[in-house]
Design a protein around this ligand. Structure first.
Ligand code: GLC
Length: 558
């Protein structure tokens, strides 16, 4: 902390209404996302597991997060990294057992950490008993009606029922032996469920109750804008971008009005539990439609991907912040913030690419010499500090606290994400952000496990490991630890927020505690207002904030 005496004036602008008066845990907390395959491998089989996660709970507690969201851990062929669920009420043996999941939940609770599980309602795995039954049953049978089977077009039905495409590429329809086609908006082993069918709805009611009974504190709902389809199955009039869930209005399979009745049903189940539980939607919908999902009797919150989609750009950042705060305030919810997850390029790399780079295609298409990794990490640290200072809650993806880069240059023969195959080898997919976490400087898989890792880690992971960064002043890990602890005292109880106009190229806002967060989007250093620099994204910040840096300052007199 640096005490300063300069007197740079600190002008103010009109305050935005506070999003929430007294935040509940999920309205202000920090949720840490674990992608179980890649977090920590306790049994040395190269794949992360519950034993590994449990052994790292003290690390998460010390990091200063409030909750853990575990990506799917259910029995699965792992054709889509576990988002292809074969049984919603059990744990994949590679990850552990149900008893271990229960032990994990209890241990997390003892450390004051809440637990969110991932629910995947749009589709099951083709290995789910229901789909196996459907395949073994006649067209028109009750078993088939749990999924979306249709006859094909053309004289012998050899053409797909319509032109819908899978998010990962190719047609969204696959033909089975007796000639019918089934819909899969994702991989072909992820058949879409038929949410018009009451037995599907009842099954998910029960799945929610199952996990509530095991003590979970919340749910992340996968593809929350999916499920309901236009029952006339019309052709799409536009083409869909790969991995980009289009946000057009009145889309035949995204963001349909009929979804809300399902959401209210789930919300009723959560409310009935009488516990302080929540559900968060992964809904890639038009920003104007998002508040509909956040009405009182629907989701508690939704990921907000607008900030993630902006690059290093002051106007874009400010717009995304305003939009999220306003949208949340409209429905009495709280905004959420996220920079990385298991589906997108890690932000330490994304922010090191020139503005306008199509980062989903860049790992394959390049040009690769435009990447500035030093700049990327500098901006990533600043962006994280910025998000941690905002009102609302934040989602942190495993490894971002280490400043891990995207491993964009994985050799194609190790790629596991179905996107690589289904895109016709035009997109490498999402493996680059799923490379196992380095815990130690050296050793087999840098401490991830005793016998290597399911995806190769680059040599650069050693110096970025938890061991290498622990206790090292200025490391990204120590920055996260300090910032997350400070955040609890500075930014949680009082959710007020107001923009402050400081200088061109500078984004600044004051929070209810009086602390000001300042981010320098320009190319030159800027003078900081007089006061105490509580934390900065770069070491040695006292009176000046370097380009690409952020700081939290308590102005003199507050
Ligand atoms: C969500 C998940 C993603 C998965 C897809 C299909 O977008 O985050 O990883 O591939 O849904 O379940």
């Amino acid at each position: 902390m640096t005490n300063r005496n300069e007197t740079t004036p600190l002008p103010t602008s009109d305050p935005l209404a506070p999003a929430v008066d007294v935040p509940r845990w999920w309205q202000s907390g920090v949720v840490y996302q674990i992608y179980p395959r890649s977090f920590a491998d306790g049994n040395g089989d190269g794949t992360g597991d519950l034993q590994g996660i449990r052994s790292r709970l003290p690390y998460l507690s010390a990091l200063g997060v409030d909750a853990i969201w575990v990506s799917p851990w259910y029995p699965s062929p792992l054709n889509d990294g576990g988002y292809d669920v074969a049984d919603y009420r059990d744990i994949d043996p590679r990850f552990g057992s149900l008893a271990e999941a229960e032990a994990f939940i209890a241990e997390a609770h003892e450390l004051g950490l809440r637990v969110l599980v991932d629910i995947v309602p749009n589709h099951t795995s083709s290995e789910h008993v229901w789909f196996q039954e459907a395949l073994a049953s006649e067209p028109g049978s009750a078993a088939r009606d749990r999924y979306i089977f249709r006859e094909g077009r053309g004289p012998d039905g050899a053409l797909a029922p319509n032109n819908w495409t899978a998010v990962f590429g190719g047609s969204a329809w696959r033909r089975v032996a007796d000639g019918e086609w089934y819909l899969h908006l994702f991989e072909e082993t992820q058949p879409d469920l038929n949410w018009e069918n009451e037995s599907v709805r009842a099954e998910f009611d029960d799945i929610f109750r199952f996990w509530l009974a095991r003590g979970v504190d919340g749910f992340r709902i996968d593809v929350a804008h999916g499920m309901v389809k236009d029952q006339s199955f019309p052709d799409l009039e536009h083409s869909e971008g790969l991995l980009e869930n289009s946000q057009v209005l009145d889309h035949p399979h995204w963001d349909r009005d009929g979804l809300h009745e399902i959401i209210r049903r789930w919300r009723g189940i959560l409310d009935e539990s009488g516990r302080d539980v929540m559900m968060v939607a992964e809904a890639w919908v038009h920003p104007h439609r998002l508040p509909l999902y956040l009405r009182d009797d629907e989701y508690h919150q939704s990921f907000n991907f607008e900030f993630l989609e902006t690059q290093w750009d002051l106007v874009g950042a400010r717009t995304a912040i305003d939009d999220a705060i306003r949208a949340a305030a409209e429905v009495g919810s709280a905004p959420t913030w996220v920079l990385s997850n298991h589906d997108v390029m890690r932000h330490a790399t994304r922010l090191g690419l020139p503005s306008g780079t199509a980062w989903r295609a860049w790992p394959l298409d390049g040009p690769h010499d435009v990447l500035d990794t030093v700049l990327g990490l500098r901006r990533a640290r600043a962006a994280s500090l910025l998000l941690m200072a905002l009102p609302g809650s934040m989602y942190v993806y495993q490894g971002e606290e280490l400043g891990l880069p995207e491993v964009w240059d994985l050799p194609v023969d190790v790629l596991d994400d179905p996107v690589w195959r289904m895109s016709g080898h035009t997109h490498k997919g999402r493996d680059g952000c799923r490379v196992p976490i380095p815990w130690t400087r050296e050793g087999s898989s840098f401490g991830f496990g005793a016998n290597g890792a399911w995806l190769p880690q680059p040599a650069t992971f050693g110096p970025l490991s938890v061991e290498s960064q622990t206790g090292v002043a200025g490391s990204t890990l120590e920055l996260y630890r300090s910032a997350l602890h400070l955040r609890r005292t500075l930014f949680v109880d009082d959710q007020r927020f107001e923009w402050v106009d400081l200088a061109t190229d500078v984004l600044a806002f004051r929070r209810g505690s009086g602390v000001v967060c300042i981010v320098n989007y320009g190319d030159a250093s800027v003078a900081l207002p007089a006061g105490d620099v509580l934390i900065a994204s770069q070491p040695g910040v006292t009176t000046e904030l370097p380009a690409g840096a952020a700081a939290w300052v308590r102005p003199n007199g507050t």
